[in-house]
Write a protein that binds this ligand. Structure first.
Ligand code: SF4
Length: 495
């Protein structure tokens, strides 16, 4: 048996969201504001949540627990977490599994090192190798996750330098992979570092009548606090904010951006601005580019409607409709109250769950030819169930469109994709003569009349960032490991 949450919509899962708040008023308690910011990024992780705060006694206090935010951090616990500087985290974990010790923020203290806490989003691809080295030096690990490895490296570097910026520079040089992190010290400082791939931005807000700095995975967290986005932390850059509002930015390392293009396709919230681009507008452009590629197909159609898979296909479907002039209809309704704790032991119950989550609107879809738009087709199982529901409601023809290219490779940068064997396009690619034939086979498997994907060129065009600045590895298999040793390790072990 497995948790439905993990596979409920067949989508890849992001592995975490971060929020940090620094108030210069020592009597402000930021824990509840961090909770509010974390609510805005709950979509990035639902397995566990936590908050660490720095208090007037120069202590760092942490609470972390399994579950959604309201389960993990109930008000009676939050209200006892006093302090004007803090960091928070929501987790969806792969490295390290579900042990509560892998929940974050990760507090760290030894007799030799000052206390600190870190919250981290991403994946360290060489963490097994680093862990082996640390173990050979006598370090004992309490968890099997990558965050403890990072914390130990930071701790080891505190013996070499008292300067946290220098410490993070030393530490980040050792880390291969993709990550954004925030570090809270027992002096009331927050340091934020972005390697490039994962988003991390900052802004300000007036919280409890005090001007505060906010650092967050997505700008929607800042806006949800009534704040103002200032900008993104750049690849290889560190941002340091002290509780007296000393503010400092510094480029630590030359770093490649490798922005995760899936943030625009699916992960990020539509109202976020990531690296200067509106996520919603980008998704609209993805839909427009899909429609452009469908021009010939649409010319020969009459009485056809565009229907999104809610919510993930909505912005792209709007773009598709605007570009093609075809009527947009909400032909599927989503039930927002189907919670994550459902267990689905059988295929029949999984079908039932899709039915509980999505209902076709018969008055819209009956007797219609439909262009059905979603952000991606990963395993194909959920899409197959949706197609079946639409057919049962009387849809005549269903043309499935994915607003991103076929997903053909796993992600090693902190996103939980299924294995190649589970990815529907990879399975079909093995036997199909070409892309067109693979699409026909996929349409047959999911019961659709046709299937098309946006091209990689169409994706890059819509994102409006340079190709060299994007990670496209899950589409084209071009990984960008910093060290050959990591590449070799993963190639032999996992790819
Ligand atoms: S492989 Fe795909 S999901 Fe992973 S970081 Fe790159 S673009 Fe994002």
């Amino acid at each position: 048996m497995e948790s439905i949450q993990k596979k409920s919509n067949g989508k890849p899962r992001e592995e975490c969201g971060i929020v940090a708040i620094i108030s210069k008023n020592p009597s402000t308690h930021v824990a509840q504001a961090i909770f509010q910011g974390l609510m805005a990024v709950q979509h990035r992780g639902q397995e566990a949540a936590g908050i660490s705060v720095f208090d007037a006694n120069k202590s760092i206090n942490t609470i972390r627990e399994h579950g959604l935010l309201f389960e993990a951090l109930p008000l009676e616990k939050l209200s006892k977490l006093w302090g004007n500087v803090g960091i928070g985290h929501v987790r969806y974990g792969t490295a390290g599994g579900k042990d509560i010790n892998n929940a974050q923020p990760f507090p760290f203290e030894t007799p030799q090192t000052p206390p600190f806490a870190i919250a981290f989003n991403g994946n360290i691809t060489n963490y097994h190798l680093l862990k082996e080295q640390l173990k050979s030096k006598g370090i004992i690990f309490l968890t099997n996750g990558d965050t403890e490895v990072i914390a130990n490296l930071i701790a080891a570097n505190t013996l070499v330098t008292k300067d946290w910026v220098e410490n993070l520079e030393f530490t980040s040089k050792l880390l291969d992979g993709a990550f954004s992190l925030v570090l809270l010290t027992n002096e009331g400082d927050v340091y934020a570092y972005r390697s490039g791939n994962k988003p991390l931005c900052y802004g300000t807000a007036n919280i409890l009548n005090t001007e505060c700095y906010i650092i967050a995975s997505e700008s929607c967290a800042i806006i949800s606090l009534g704040g103002k986005l200032i900008g993104d932390i750049q690849a290889g850059e560190i941002l340091h904010v002290h509780q007296d509002h000393f503010f400092h930015r510094e480029k630590l390392l030359p770093a490649e951006k490798n922005h995760c293009v899936f943030e625009y396709v699916y992960f990020s919230r539509g109202d976020s601005i990531i690296d200067g681009k509106s996520v919603h507008k980008t998704r609209e452009r993805l839909g427009r580019n899909l429609a452009k590629a469908d021009e010939e197909f649409l010319n020969s159609r009459e009485d056809i409607i565009v229907v999104p898979v809610p919510d993930s296909g909505r912005s792209s479907a709007l773009g598709y409709a605007a570009e093609s002039g075809i009527r947009y209809e909400e032909g599927l309704m989503k039930n927002r109250y189907v919670f994550r704790s459902f267990i689905a032991p059988s295929q029949a119950e999984r079908m039932n769950l899709v039915r509980m989550k999505l209902n076709p609107v018969e008055s819209i879809v009956k007797g219609k030819e439909i262009v059905l738009i979603d952000d991606s087709i990963v395993r194909g199982t959920t899409m197959g169930r949706i197609v079946k529901l639409l057919r049962q409601a009387g849809a005549l023809k269903i043309h499935v469109r994915s607003s991103c290219p076929p997903v053909r490779s796993p992600c090693f940068y902190g996103v939980d994709f299924p294995s190649r064997e589970e990815l529907i396009y990879c399975r079909k690619e093995l036997t199909a003569k070409n892309h067109e034939e693979a699409c026909i086979q996929i349409a047959n498997e999911i019961g659709a009349d046709s299937v098309k994907y946006l091209s990689i060129e169409g994706l890059i065009d819509a994102v409006e960032l340079q190709k060299k600045d994007l990670c496209l590895a899950c589409y084209n298999g071009k990984y960008w490991f910093k060290s050959d040793r990591t590449k070799e390790f993963l190639t032999n072990g996992r790819i």
